[in-house]
Write a protein that binds this ligand. Structure first.
Ligand code: UDP
Length: 253
């Protein structure tokens, strides 16, 4: 629970800094809050600078899994009678657009990157190949993973978990963008009395149906012992704090 009144300062979440992480950024985090722009270059640039600076400062190996909800969601089209697989393919293509926007901004901030897509499109980015992703990480490149898993009927939360396992990441950092800065006992936007957990177990998240991430992803992380840090990515300085292992947000483990 978020009781900070203990006299001893709480231990950081990571023994030192996290060394290899998957950062999940929702597409909606990239959208403008004040206009109808699907990609707000000021937001992308701010995030990119923070990613570049903190990876550079800490030497963190980072794979970014980016969503596409600012452009399209498969369930949207399916709800209107579209073929679900086609609608999901549109969603996956949306994630590629976001990945390219992030790539451009992170590289302008001085940090080399590679976009690896699960849907192959050789003209714009590399295909996702696990060993290639690992090589890029070892060389200090931020790897941006696009098109989720390449399969319909998933959101990008589950590929974030899958890729974290594949590349042996120590943690998934799930950035929130709705103003909710961690895992709460209930939705704090509806229930002001909801309490924020500093740490919580996978089973509690599942049994209490705390919808911080897709259940498939949470279950996968539980089965494969990959902790999830849920934190507010829109707050400047939080990416750095998360990579530094500071106690921000909620750690699910
Ligand atoms: N998607 C998919 N398979 C995947 C990942 C994503 O079909 O492995 C599609 C799905 O339609 C989803 C959309 O891409 O709604 C955008 O991803 P997501 O909803 O995760 O975006 P976010 O909410 O993170 O912005």
């Amino acid at each position: 629970m978020s009781d900070e009144s203990a006299e001893e300062p709480a231990e950081p979440f990571a023994p030192s800094r996290w060394k290899r992480v998957v950062l999940k950024i929702s597409g909606e985090a990239l959208a403008s809050t004040s206009s109808d722009e699907t990609i707000d270059s000021a937001i992308v640039s701010r995030l990119a600078k923070e990613i570049a600076a903190s990876c550079g400062e800490f030497g963190t190996e980072m794979a970014v899994v980016v969503g596409g909800g600012n452009i399209w969601r498969g369930t949207l089209g399916a709800g209107e009678g579209m073929d679900r697989a086609t609608s999901d393919a549109m969603g996956m293509l949306g994630t590629v657009i976001n990945a390219l926007a992030l790539q451009d901004a992170i590289e302008r901030a001085g940090q080399p990157t590679r976009v690896l897509s699960a849907v192959h499109m050789a003209e714009v980015c590399e295909p996702y190949i696990r060993r290639r992703a690992l090589r890029h990480l070892e060389k200090g490149r931020v790897v941006i993973l696009a098109a989720g898993m390449g399969s319909p009927y998933f959101t990008t939360d589950t590929p974030a978990a899958l890729r974290a396992a594949e590349i042996d990441a120590e943690v998934i950092m799930k950035g929130t963008h709705s103003g909710v800065d961690g895992v709460y006992s209930a939705d704090p936007r509806i229930r002001p009395d909801a309490v924020r957990y500093d740490e919580i177990g996978f089973m509690d998240v599942i049994s209490q149906d705390l919808r911080v991430m897709d259940l498939t992803a949470v279950t996968f992380c539980r089965d494969n012992q990959i902790p999830i840090l849920v934190f507010d990515i829109m707050s400047p300085g939080n990416v750095r704090a998360a990579l530094a292992g500071e106690r921000i947000g909620t750690l699910i483990s």
